[in-house]
Design a protein around this ligand. Structure first.
Ligand SMILES: [Ca+2]
Ligand SMILES: [Ca+2]
Length: 265
C-alpha cells in the first residue's frame, strides 16, 4: 500500500512538473507567409483558470502557468488576425490574449518555468524578494528562465554543460473579452466591449517569431486558489490575408481616377 502511494505521488509530481513548464506543444500555428497566402489555423486547447491573463495585467505580474502559450513564425511582414473563443458551456471563460515578439526555450533546451532560480532572481531584481506572483506580464515585456543543464543530467555536482538563460518577450499588443467590469482597471487593456466568450484582433507584424499568451480575462483578487486547476476549453485561431500589393493599389487608384474623369466628362 505504501509503495503504491509513493508511486502515485511520484507520478503526480512529475505530471505537475511537466505541466508547469512553458511549452508550445500542440499549440504551434506553424510558419506563415501573409505576403501571398490566405490561411486560417485553429488550435483547440484549454486554460487552467478564468483569471490568469487579467491578474497578470497589474504591477506584480502573474503565473504563466495560468495561461497557455501559442507560437507562430512569419516569413514576410503582413497582417494577421488572432481570435480566441471559449468552447465550454456557458462561456465561463472570458478569453484574452497578448502577443509578443520572441519565443521561449524549446526542447531539447531546458524549458522555462516561473519558479527556476534564474526566473526568481530576475523578478527579485526588478521587484524585490517575494513580490511578483509570477513571470508573466500581460501588458508589457517580460522574461522567464530555464535551468542549468549538467554534464551528468540531473547531477548538480557535475559541471554545467549549458548554463540557464532568460527568454525575452517583447510586447506588441492585447485584446480582452468584455469591459473593465470583468478584467479590472489596469491601463492599456483593449476590451472588445462585450463579455461573450470571444475576442478577435488584427496585428500588423514584421517577419519573425511570435508568442501568443491566452488566458482568462476575469480579474481575481484575494488569495489565489492552490488548485486543483480547472480546465476551460478554448479555440484559438490565427488567420493571414495578403495585403494588396503596391502595384495593385496603384492600379486601383488609377482606375478610380479614370472613372471620376469619365463621370466629369
Ligand atoms: Ca498580479
Ligand atoms: Ca467579446
Amino acid at each position: 500500500m505504501k509503495t503504491s502511494t509513493v508511486i502515485v505521488l511520484v507520478i503526480l509530481a512529475s505530471a505537475a512538473s511537466a505541466f508547469a513548464h512553458l511549452t508550445y506543444t500542440n499549440r504551434n500555428f506553424g510558419t506563415l507567409n501573409p505576403g501571398n497566402e490566405t490561411t486560417s489555423v485553429t488550435k483547440s486547447s484549454s486554460i487552467s483558470s478564468t483569471f490568469g491573463w487579467a491578474y497578470s495585467t497589474d504591477a506584480d505580474y502573474g503565473d504563466s502557468h495560468r495561461n497557455r502559450a501559442f507560437r507562430f513564425t512569419l516569413t514576410t511582414a503582413g497582417q494577421i488576425q488572432l481570435s480566441a473563443q471559449s468552447t465550454g458551456a456557458g462561456n465561463v471563460l472570458l478569453p484574452a490574449l497578448s502577443i509578443y515578439s520572441g519565443l521561449a526555450h524549446i526542447a531539447p533546451d531546458s524549458l522555462d518555468h516561473d519558479g527556476t532560480l534564474l526566473s526568481v532572481s530576475y523578478l527579485n531584481g526588478r521587484f524585490g524578494p517575494d513580490v511578483a506572483q509570477g513571470s508573466f506580464n500581460a501588458l508589457g515585456d517580460w522574461a522567464i528562465g530555464n535551468e542549468d543543464v549538467y554534464n551528468t543530467p540531473g547531477d548538480s555536482t557535475s559541471s554545467v554543460a549549458v548554463p540557464a538563460s532568460l527568454s525575452h518577450f517583447s510586447y506588441i499588443g492585447n485584446v480582452a473579452d468584455g469591459t473593465s467590469t470583468n478584467y479590472g482597471s489596469s491601463a492599456g487593456i483593449h476590451g472588445d466591449g462585450t463579455a461573450d466568450g470571444k475576442v478577435s484582433a488584427w496585428f500588423d507584424l514584421p517577419a519573425g517569431d511570435y508568442t501568443v499568451m491566452v488566458g482568462g480575462a476575469t480579474m481575481y483578487s484575494g488569495s489565489l486558489p492552490a488548485g486543483p486547476y480547472t480546465s476551460y476549453p478554448v479555440n484559438v485561431t490565427l488567420s493571414v490575408i495578403p495585403e494588396p500589393s503596391a502595384p495593385l493599389l496603384f492600379a486601383l487608384a488609377t482606375l478610380g481616377l479614370t472613372f471620376r474623369r469619365r463621370r466629369l466628362v
